[in-house]
Design a protein around this ligand. Structure first.
Ligand code: AMP
Ligand code: MG
Length: 355
């Protein structure tokens, strides 16, 4: 039976954390909140416990896990070396939504890193996550606590909906404050590479390092790789999502016209995941709207993104329409997740023809 245990997000009861820590040490699975999304945790040094994570999620064995520690000095337990650049980034962003790729320590089972010589390490900035790691006394391997390929969970209910009985404990501390996953940076290569945009903006990383952090999206923007179908689909809702990508005014109008055509013309049940300014014009069409909030607040939009996708699924819509937002700060992570969730990317005719 899954135990759902309510804890205060700021001051979790140490007795509850001690119990949950014991479950982890005994090889169990504990889902817990981090500042980004809910994680599905197991003792990172116990191969049998780690195998349960892959089974519960239906995650393929070739997809490596992030290992969570409570402080920088614990990195030596899971990483063979901590390069100077890693220390510089952690000095500024730990604890926080930043995952670093480091050379792997032999103590970490191959299953955790999918056989790679590197390991992903993060120090989460959530009192419940930090308290749990300390109570367990071991590093905790934890991917997002959703079924593989589904949207990441930002509430305990999302975890229950996806994983239910496969989890021993769920620590419920309410909605997660960041809402998109951690930024992943590979510091074993030079210059460092941004593998996944997330809660720590790329601009802040480059500022801390005093140099570039390379992002494959740059090549895409330069026209080197642009085939939406080739992007790995991840973070996907269970309903097809159409993403309108292009100049803001065009994207708003194209989304509205498509919504009108599908909802009024074809009688479809249409959902829209849009900034607040778009919502009022869509509702009269009978569109189910998930309101991301003001467009000038990317942090707020990030916090509402995954819950919005799940709400639209639950509302039984047949299609979800969304549009891109400015790629500044955490907006880059929002744009990335929307692209990965998209079944179709719709662009203005001139750009589509040029690509
Ligand atoms: P999740 O925790 O579900 O958000 O997924 C963790 C992601 O971290 C994986 O899908 C990988 O993309 C990435 N990751 C974990 N370990 C490594 C590694 N050693 N090298 C590169 N990427 C990694
Ligand atoms: Mg995930």
């Amino acid at each position: 039976m899954t135990r759902v245990v309510r804890v205060d997000p700021e001051h979790p009861d140490p007795a509850r954390l001690a119990e949950a820590g014991a479950v982890l040490r005994d090889g169990g699975l504990v889902a817990f909140p981090t500042e980004t999304v809910y994680g599905l945790g197991a003792n990172a040094l116990d191969p049998a416990a780690v195998a349960r994570i892959f089974a519960a999620k239906g995650r393929p064995a070739h997809d490596p896990l992030i290992v969570h520690i409570a402080a920088v000095d614990e990195a030596a337990r899971v990483a063979a070396a901590v390069p100077e650049r890693a220390r510089a980034l952690w000095a500024r962003f730990a604890p926080g939504p930043l995952t670093l790729i480091l050379p792997k320590h032999p103590a970490v089972p191959a299953a955790v890193t999918a056989g790679k010589p590197t390991v992903a390490v993060r120090i989460p900035a959530h009192p419940v996550a930090l308290g749990l790691i300390r109570a367990a006394g071991v590093p905790i391997a934890a991917p997002s606590a959703n079924k593989f390929g589904h949207t990441s969970p930002t509430t305990a209910q999302h975890v229950l909906d996806d994983l239910g009985a496969a989890v021993d404990w769920i620590l419920d501390a309410g909605p997660t404050p960041v809402g998109v996953e951690s930024t992943i940076v590979d510091v074993t290569v030079d210059p460092p590479a941004l593998l996944r945009p997330g809660g720590v903006p790329r601009e802040a990383l480059e500022d801390a390092l005093g140099g570039p952090v390379v992002w494959r999206g740059d090549a895409a923007a330069a026209g080197e790789v642009r085939a939406p179908g080739m992007l790995p689909r991840h973070y996907a809702p269970r309903v097809p999502l159409w993403l309108f990508e292009g100049p803001r005014a065009w994207a708003r109008e194209a989304l509205w016209q498509t919504a009108a055509q599908l909802a009024r013309g074809q009688g479809q049940r249409v959902g829209a995941l849009v900034p607040h300014a778009d919502a009022a014009r869509l509702r009269p069409l009978g569109v189910v709207v998930a309101d991301l909030g003001p467009e000038h607040d990317p942090a707020g939009m990030a916090r509402r993104l995954f819950a919005g996708l799940r709400d639209l699924e639950a509302a039984g819509v047949e299609v979800i329409l969304a549009r891109t937002v400015a790629e500044q700060d955490v907006g880059l992570a929002i744009a990335d997740r929307l692209r990965r969730a998209a079944a179709h990317i719709v662009r203005p005719a001139s750009r589509a023809a040029a690509s």
